[in-house]
Design a binder for this molecule. Sequence first.
Ligand SMILES: *Cc1c(COP(=O)(O)O)cnc(C)c1O
Length: 395
Amino acid sequence: MYSQFQQHLQRELAEIQQAGLFKNERIIVSPQNAAIKVDGGGEVINFCANNYLGLSDNSELIAAAKSALDNRGYGMSSVRFICGTQDLHKKLEAAIARFFGTEDTILYAACFDANGGVFEPLLTEEDAIISDVLNHASIIDGVRLCKAQRYRYANADMADLEQQLQIAQAQRFRLIVTDGVFSMDGNVAPLDKIFALAEKYNAMVMVDESHSAGVVGQTGHGVTERYNLRGKIEIITGTLGKAFGGAIGGFTTGKKEIIDLLRQRSRPYLFSNSIPPLVAAAGIKAFELLENSNSLQDKLHENTEFFIKQMKYAGFDIKPTESAICAVMLYDAALSQTFAARLINEGIYVTGFYYPVVPKGQARIRVQISAAHKREHLEKCVAAFVKVGKELGVI
Ligand SMILES: *Cc1c(COP(=O)(O)O)cnc(C)c1O
């Protein structure tokens, strides 16, 4: 049997190669940081990690993790409700709820699991989920696992959302679902308008703050801060794998009864291992740092503003962004790959994206800014963009 299947797989892999869509992984041999060492010895400045607050290699998080490793051991070997809950898990859940101004939090192994396990326990075929077309893959998969009626609206298109809400009046309960920041453009969901439509059409709102928490809003508390909606959104999901240290772990935070029911019925919570104590301890430390000081968020905002201003001044076409994601538009797929390859030769590590990851004719290089970037890193990045941009006739 396998030899036939093997040939089938080999053909599929060859097709991916021929379409130019094969994903190769670059090997890093240093901690994740603003400057990283890659296999082969080179050092590059990293502009493609989700390390928004520079916490991935933070010494206080590492110390907290080491201490938990010594005092609480390595793994939990259990799901939460059997014997997998330490005080550290409860403390982290409380810290996340404080950060977002919500009532309670439930932890998962990843935000992929949080989104996979949030819809099915809460909604039935009598209900409706109204989802932005550009929502993250994990939201799409989570919605698929739920029997609720599905509606989709064009990205951040409020007229379309309103139309879908009108049709969805046929159902019992309605839940609008959106990413906080969309990862390819860096645009922030218009949560103020979404919330107003939810009020008008008697719906609830869920926002995935994975790319926005720690980043968006005056003090980086996410899109609910940006739109003055703290405590008003029923469901927030997010990750510990981006701004908050970048290790592993996800969460759903929001209304108490929602979290209570998820603890009883959410399958990725009930049937999957607890996060390790060292990850919980480092997570608690991350939220403690952010509670005590706003310096990392301020630094990130300053870096992002500086970079975008310099790039626009140099003549690059940048998508409007309110996040730390900066899409440098090149429009041509081949050009995006050549451009990214030349940048790595200049010591700048970025990724070029093209169809089907972004719409046809919308190829780009995505730059992700971090609080860990020093001014000289940003200046070097802009200078490399200008050099390659001139060579390739982009500016
Ligand atoms: C990264 C991301 C996730 C997945 O988070 P993990 O914790 O890595 O599973 C989910 N949703 C959105 C919007 C994301 O950007």
